[in-house]
Design a protein around this ligand. Structure first.
Ligand code: FDA
Length: 391
């Protein structure tokens, strides 16, 4: 039976980073991964350019049963620390928007950086973790290629999102086996599904994009909204999907910062023969404006002929569009899994299970989920570093 100081389960973002940090403590480290390649989600992330961090990272941009849980690890390994590694590796990068940093080249550069950083650790690919148990000498990890004995085990097997890419949810099984509580996992950063009547509006508009604002409960996001054959998509929908629960209504503002009803009522004086569609097209793509007017049976109307009431209704439809999604696309397309190992059962500084010394949980399998925009990788690096240095 193999014997190591630290067995890290999963060679994703968190596991690979943890391995590099643990090496600085002089321990023997084995990373066990069932796929044939490490870091597969990194490879496809950010459209192939990996949005590797967000400079605006703070604990309040994460969802968790305990909002402040992530603060400790995030404070000790910050976006600037990762940027230093990226610069040190000579990887060119750029800021896209809202603090999001992307590689100029390929996401595989980040995987290479992580593999280089963990030189000295063993990476065992195509080896599936089946079970973890504990005896008087430490832990025994049962794998598809035999057993490994380890003093410390770091569970970095991610969530359930995109099973086609290797997601298994085994981290949750291990947590439950050792008596840790779980916050019900669910798909996050995921496209939403819409009812037929909403699809009838969206389908002919497929390809149109506007900057929209969505408010839902405590969350408010402003970003691109995309009309597609499957309804509404784009970053603003992915962001709000983390906060949306089945049955709830969403409210969208298609022209943020402009009081459409007020502007139309003002423009009506002296508007003459100008159509409502013409006036609206200064704020909205023409086809979208036409579709909304058709839905409200105002399509052929002249602005001068509209009553205050109908302009107010139109303004409401644009600034406060209420729409009720029917579901999400689920784990098949979700970028992340919300929920996971209950933070109440983990130490925030070391990510160690309070009741099971030597057993750590890091990355996406923990009940800490970031907004879209590089926050989830920053959590993977920070939680991996916290556990790796603590052991
Ligand atoms: P991750 O899922 O990366 O790694 C877990 C590893 O464990 C996998 O390699 C898996 O194969 C392995 N594993 C599972 N079960 C196992 C078993 N039984 N035995 C052995 N190994 C096992 N985030 C961000 O910040 N910026 C971005 O640009 C993107 N973009 C993006 C695009 C897409 C399409 C997706 C799906 C996701 C993103 N994300 C993202 C989210 C980001 O990828 C995610 O938060 C991190 O990869 C989580 O890192 P972990 O290491 O925790 O899990």
């Amino acid at each position: 039976m193999d014997q190591v100081d630290i067995a890290i389960l999963g060679a994703g973002a968190a596991g690979l980073f943890c391995a590099g940090s643990a090496l600085t403590q002089g321990q023997s480290v084995l990373v066990i991964e069932h796929s044939s390649k490490p870091g597969e989600k990194i490879r496809i992330s950010g459209g192939g350019r990996c949005n590797f961090t967000n400079m605006a990272t703070t604990w309040d941009r994460f969802l968790s049963g305990n909002l402040r849980f992530s603060a400790s690890a995030l404070a000790r390994f910050q976006p600037e620390d990762f940027v230093r590694l990226v610069d040190g590796a000579g990887i060119a990068w750029h800021e896209k928007t809202q603090g999001q940093l992307f590689c100029d080249g390929k996401a595989t550069q980040i995987i290479d950086l992580l593999l280089h950083r963990m030189r000295g650790a063993e990476l065992r690919l195509q080896t599936a973790v089946k079970d973890v148990s504990r005896n008087a000498d430490g832990f025994v990890v049962a794998t598809s290629a035999g057993q490994v004995r380890a003093q410390h085990v770091v569970v970095a097997t991610g969530g359930k999102s995109i099973p086609k890419m290797g997601a298994t949810g085994i981290g949750y099984d291990i947590a439950e086996k050792f008596g840790l509580r779980l916050v019900e996992p669910r798909a996050g950063l995921v496209p939403l599904g819409f009812a037929e009547q909403d699809l009838a509006l969206c389908r002919p508009l497929a390809g149109i994009s506007v900057e929209a604002e969505i408010a839902h409960g405590p969350a408010r996001f402003r970003d691109a909204l995309l009309f597609t054959h499957r309804g509404l998509s784009g970053p603003v929908i992915l962001q709000i999907s983390n906060y949306w629960r089945p049955g709830e209504m969403l409210e969208l503002d298609l022209v943020p910062d402009v009081d459409i009803a007020g502007c139309l009522i003002q423009a009506r004086n002296g508007a003459g023969r100008v159509s409502v569609a013409q006036v609206l097209s200064q704020w909205l793509p023409e086809r979208l404006a036409q579709a909304i007017l058709a839905e409200m049976e105002l399509a052929a109307g002249r602005l001068a002929d509209q009553s205050n009431d109908s302009l107010k209704r139109l303004g409401q439809r644009i600034n406060r569009w209420q729409i009720r999604p029917v579901g999400t696309e689920g784990y098949r397309t979700a970028e992340v899994t919300l929920g996971g190992v209950d933070t109440g059962d983990l130490d925030a500084k070391t990510l160690q299970a309070r009741k099971v010394p030597g057993l750590h949980f890091i990355g996406e399998c923990v009940d800490v989920t970031g907004w879209l925009g590089g926050y989830n990788f920053q959590w993977a690096w920070a939680s991996g570093d916290a556990a790796g240095r603590a052991i």
